[in-house]
Write a protein that binds this ligand. Structure first.
Ligand code: SF4
Length: 497
């Protein structure tokens, strides 16, 4: 996840005198191999500009009260900087600050309920102000308030006191007080998960960034919010945190946290609610789409804050055909090979997607005898290039088709691995079948005629398939293998049984 700092607008004067403006977003890039925040910029395309600015402005407005609280806490090093440490503060007021829940009164007043409902729909702080004034005169507290001031919490340091500061042993919370220094110790000792995020961040250049400067702030561990009528008053809660990756994971349903994913909360059908979104999938998808549309790899690399172009290719999921479409051969090569199979093979060689004796020979000729001789060789030899169900073969079959094209995995030196999904599917299925065949042969009595041959046959193929599955795309699978197209298998259909 990239954590956002804030946005910048850049204005420049074009060469012809006009004024142009670009919007950049300052953010912290992930996967930079550093514990510090790695600060970088990203241009925002004009297409998304309005939506982007509107969204960020909304986030800034919604988090403003939290930011003000966190900033005051950060600058004073106190949890409740609005009070003096020895001050006695009304216990109900402190309940609202400690839990963030403004609804302390056990009221059935329709107007108060309506305020809560409207706030949940609009996030308008005026509704909370109205709620506060509507319940000000109420005398009965909710059960949640009594629970908060349980005997257990009182024993842990949440000491209720009278107006003179003496500990109050009587029942009830109304007209009782808390001493601020005691509440602060109670939080640090007994509910450390509610302590606000006060540690500054270190940037990769060594400077510090205060937590309140982060864009996405939220009430920490506000587990009650959204449950029943419970709401959080962002102007009152003391527990403010900085949103991090785990929040995003929960919201997108990647981490199983009960019912909190966006899909579960807002999904209209059961199918919608089962959805999950892996943020990294979007990165892969966008990376492949940009390649597919012919965007330069340098631009793609910058787009994803990568430090080397090679990293972008690791995220490239175009099909081989799509990748070949994007590749351009040197002009003279294109002219010589035209739209032939040899041109495809030349592109595969250029992209490192094919290996084998023909490729080696092509490279040797290219180096020793030059382009023309190499291309002549390729035009003659690579015409036999074909895709088998398990990989690519670069043997020349202009004269004689290969009789073993469904058995390339038995050790043929012409076979190159691919990352095509269909090849992989075939190999995984074949692997399963060969294992079953091997186990069946091994289970037969040792005296069974042909048992040893069957076991050896299955083992060779099984090992070949495993090797093919673990070979990098484009690499030769059996560089030391045999040329199966010329194998003795051609002598008799019974050979090798
Ligand atoms: S067995 Fe070898 S030569 Fe025959 S198709 Fe497979 S890879 Fe090509």
């Amino acid at each position: 996840m990239n954590r956002l700092g804030f946005q910048d607008g850049l204005t420049g004067r074009s060469q012809s005198g006009g004024i142009s403006e670009a919007l950049m977003v300052r953010h912290f890039a992930e996967k930079q191999g550093t514990q510090s925040l790695y600060e970088t910029m990203q241009f925002v395309p004009d297409l998304f500009r309005d939506e982007f600015e509107r969204t960020l402005a909304e986030v800034v407005a919604l988090t403003a009260p939290l930011r003000a609280t966190l900033r005051a806490q950060y600058e004073t090093g106190r949890l409740f900087p609005m009070y003096q440490p020895d001050e006695l503060v009304d216990a109900v007021e402190m309940y609202v600050r400690l839990t963030g829940n403004p609804m302390w009164a056990n009221t059935s007043a329709a107007a108060a309920r309506a305020c809560v409902e409207r706030y949940r729909q609009t996030w308008d702080l005026q509704e909370l102000q109205m709620l506060t004034s509507l319940i000000r005169g109420e005398s009965e507290l909710t059960a949640a308030v009594s629970r908060y001031f349980s005997q257990e919490n009182r024993a842990l340091g949440l000491v209720l006191r009278d107006g003179n500061g003496e500990p109050s042993t009587g029942r009830g919370v109304k007209k009782k007080f808390l001493r601020i220094s005691e509440v602060e110790s109670f939080i640090y000792k007994s509910v450390p998960t509610k302590v606000p995020d006060l540690s500054p961040f270190t940037l990769d250049n060594g400077t510090k960034l205060a937590p309140w400067e982060m864009l996405f702030l939220l009430p920490k561990r506000a587990v009650g919010a959204g449950r029943g009528d419970t709401i959080i008053d962002p102007t009152m809660t003391f527990s403010v945190g900085v949103a991090d990756e785990s929040l995003l994971q929960v919201a997108l349903g990647i981490e199983n946290q009960g019912t909190q994913s966006l899909f579960i909360v807002y999904g209209q059908s059961e199918e919608d609610q089962r959805l999950k979104l892996n943020t990294h999938s979007l990165r892969h998808l966008q990376n492949s789409e940009l390649f597919r549309l012919g965007i330069a790899d340098t631009i793609i690399t910058k787009r994803f804050n990568r430090r080397s172009v090679a990293q972008s290719y690791e995220y490239d999921h175009r099909s081989l055909a799509e990748e070949m479409d994007q590749l351009e051969l040197p002009g003279a090569w294109e002219e010589f090979l035209g739209d032939s199979k040899a041109a495809t093979v030349a592109k595969m060689i250029q992209a490192g997607r094919a290996q084998g004796p023909i490729v080696r020979e092509f490279k040797r000729i290219l180096e020793e005898e030059g382009d023309e001789a190499a291309l002549l060789f390729l035009a003659a030899e690579a015409d036999g290039f074909h895709s088998t169900p398990y990989g690519h073969c670069l043997n020349s079959f202009t004269v004689d088709p290969c009789p073993k094209h469904l058995e390339c995995f038995s050790g043929c030196l012409h076979l190159s691995a691919t990352d095509l999904p269909e090849n992989r599917r075939n190999l995984v299925a074949l692997h399963g079948k060969l294992k079953i065949a091997l186990e069946a042969a091994q289970a037969r009595p040792a005296s069974t005629v042909g048992r040893d041959n069957q076991i050896a046959h299955a083992k060779v193929r099984l090992e070949g398939v495993e090797r093919l599955l673990s070979t990098a795309p484009g690499d030769q699978v059996f560089p030391e293998g045999v040329d199966l197209s010329k194998s003795p298998a051609r002598r008799s259909v019974l050979s090798g049984t």
